[in-house]
Design a protein around this ligand. Structure first.
Ligand code: 1CP
Length: 338
């Protein structure tokens, strides 16, 4: 029987190992990714299971991470729900969702029918990875996905979604409910297809005030985590770790990914020994730091987390100019425990 280090830490069984994987470990910083993307669009890459699996495996082949994450996007399941979406490079909608009628138009996701390619990608990956490697499924949290659906594209000020929070909160909540129910089914289907862990990404929780977080992010994150955590280890990444820490704690996710606004020591003091923490090397340091600077930052994190269940990761995704030798250096250091 092969032991999966990520699952051992996730189940609080072992505290003397530090598994590692990185958010956005597949992507533009890898030349093999860039060369595939010259031939295929981002959407084609997600919707073709052989291609998506190949992209997921690119960083694994180079760096031997403990986890392989499905190559897809937080927005892909919404295509199955009827959203006309493209990527340029971020998500862009033909017709943003602004009214109750727009919400009613969305169909509930039936994963086997609407996103079979995601499930197929996971099945391929499960066969391709070594038995000690964990397969990570994921999905966006309702608030973050709704932000793109309402804004229609990346927004710097989130004016449309803010307007909706103030003027038509019931419409936004209807959208969040619909996404929540669909994403629970989506994640359950990922579990059946072979995912060993799942991560929920709530990147834009960061823009919310405390009361807005409690109203528009928390209930939906909690409903998803509650529906899944008895079946599979769930990682919650809600950006804005510092400002939302006590409310994130109330979600009671078994694993919490911490961004760079908080030290892991601070997070550990809040969460205590029964919550696994993931994170939180600054992606800027990994990209731009000297090896000494990276080493110093990694040492600090490992020292803070000694004896506490910890999955090494970044505070956010890998940046696109990150040198690959910095990533190899990081993985070696974490493996050697220095
Ligand atoms: O090649 C390209 O230009 C496409 C860039 C790209 C990639 C590599 C996009 C478009 N999505 C992805 C993959 C992706 N996205 C993964 C794959 C698995 C991995 O290796 O980690 C995951 C988990 C995501 C999740 C995602 N997409 C998030 C949450 C995490 C985060 O980084 O905050 C968000 C906010 C998105 C939206 C999105 N999709 C793509 C882009 C460029 C963006 C960001 C747009 C913006 O800035 O608003």
């Amino acid at each position: 029987m092969h032991i999966k280090p990520l699952l051992q830490v996730a189940s609080l069984k072992k505290h003397d190992i530090t598994p590692i994987w990185l958010m956005r470990q597949a992507g533009r910083y890898l030349k093999e990714y860039r060369s595939l993307r010259e031939k295929y669009s981002f959407l084609e890459s997600c919707q073709n299971p052989e291609l998506a699996a190949e992209i997921s495996l690119q960083p694994y082949k180079r760096f031997s991470f403990d986890g392989v994450i499905l190559f897809s996007d937080i927005m892909t399941p919404t295509i199955g729900m009827g959203v006309d979406l493209d990527f340029a490079p971020g998500p862009v909608l033909k017709k943003p969702i602004r009214t109750q009628k727009d919400v009613d138009f969305l169909t509930a996701l039936s994963p086997e029918e609407h996103v079979p390619y995601v499930l197929k990608t996971l099945q391929i990956l499960k066969k391709e990875i070594r038995p000690e490697t964990s397969l990570i499924g994921f999905c966006g949290a309702p608030f973050t996905v709704a932000s793109y659906l309402v804004e229609g594209k990346h927004s710097n000020d989130f004016s449309r979604v803010r307007k909706m929070m103030k003027e038509t909160p019931a419409v936004l909540k209807a959208l969040l409910e619909k996404l929540t129910d669909s994403f629970i089914l989506y994640l359950k289907a990922q579990v059946l297809a072979g995912a060993d862990l799942i991560q929920i990404f709530d990147t834009w929780a960061e823009i919310l005030s405390e009361s807005e977080y409690l109203e528009f992010a928390f209930p939906y994150e909690k409903k998803m985590v509650d529906a899944l955590k008895s079946e599979i280890p769930v990682i919650l990444f809600a950006k804005g770790s510092k400002k939302h820490i006590y409310n994130i704690q109330k979600v009671e996710a078994p694993i919490v990914s911490i961004d760079t606004s908080l030290t892991l020591k601070e997070a550990k003091d809040v969460f205590g020994s029964q919550t696994v923490l993931q994170g939180n090397l600054d992606p800027e340091i990994l990209q731009n730091g000297s090896k000494e600077r990276i080493r110093e930052a990694v040492r600090k994190i490992l020292a803070e987390m000694k004896g506490h269940p910890h999955i090494f990761n970044l505070g956010h995704g890998v940046l696109k100019a990150t040198p690959t030798d910095h990533v190899s250096y990081l993985v070696d250091m974490v493996r050697d425990g220095i």
